[in-house]
Ligand binder design. Structure first.
Ligand SMILES: [Zn+2]
Length: 201
């Protein structure tokens, strides 16, 4: 067993922000389950793009903006990233790694350092579309996380009918739920289960 404390702890670098953005993109724009119900991202391209721009802006303010004409590619990227995160949450690296390599191979990387402090390694410049830039950036950052063991911090919500993923930044590494709502749902479910067992005796 590998202890999380022995890994390279994410430090808030540009690389780490890209992974956080990838987690947020996959949670908001990949279909699946969330908080006990089936989850579907918004159908309206303007709305989907606005969500992506707003959340990516939290992690990198100089980003190229997503535009409605690339919304289908954005949805595909979010879905593929979500699949990778579910693999990583299961610690299934042999499945995750080829998917990341495939995503990386689809567009050329343009490695460069930022032109001003804090000096950080960037994977794309501003000459490419948002989907292309975020695909390379997120996957290069994830590849770097894998090579440093930091993917131990990626987890999937343990609540019933929820497959959202999150970065477990607790010291103990024991966070189990994506949100307090899922945590509360799980508590209620466990309580009802105990009640049912008690009544059946
Ligand atoms: Zn959840």
């Amino acid at each position: 067993m590998v202890l999380k404390g022995m890994m390279t702890r994410p430090s808030g670098s540009h690389r780490d922000h890209l992974v956080m953005a990838a987690i947020a993109l996959s949670n908001q724009l990949a279909p699946g389950f969330s908080n006990g119900v089936r989850y579907a991202p918004p159908d309206d391209p303007d709305e989907a793009v606005a969500i992506a721009n707003e959340l990516c802006d939290r992690f990198y303010q100089k980003q190229v903006q997503f535009v409605p004409t690339e919304v289908e590619r954005l949805a595909v990227l979010a879905t593929r990233l979500h699949g990778v995160f579910l693999d990583l949450a299961r610690r299934d690296l042999p499945t995750a790694v080829p998917k990341i390599n495939e995503l990386l191979s689809e567009y050329p990387a343009r490695l460069h350092l930022s032109s001003e402090p804090p000096w950080s390694l960037h994977y794309q410049d501003h000459a490419v579309t948002a989907v292309e830039g975020w695909q390379i950036g997120c996957c290069a950052a994830l590849a770097s996380w894998i090579s440093s063991g930091a993917t131990q911090y990626i987890s999937r919500c343990q609540a019933e009918r929820c497959d959202r993923v999150f970065f477990d930044d607790t010291r103990s590494g024991t966070r189990r739920f994506c949100t307090p709502r899922c945590q509360n749902r799980d508590k209620v479910r466990a309580y009802r289960l105990r009640q049912a067992i008690a009544q059946s005796r």
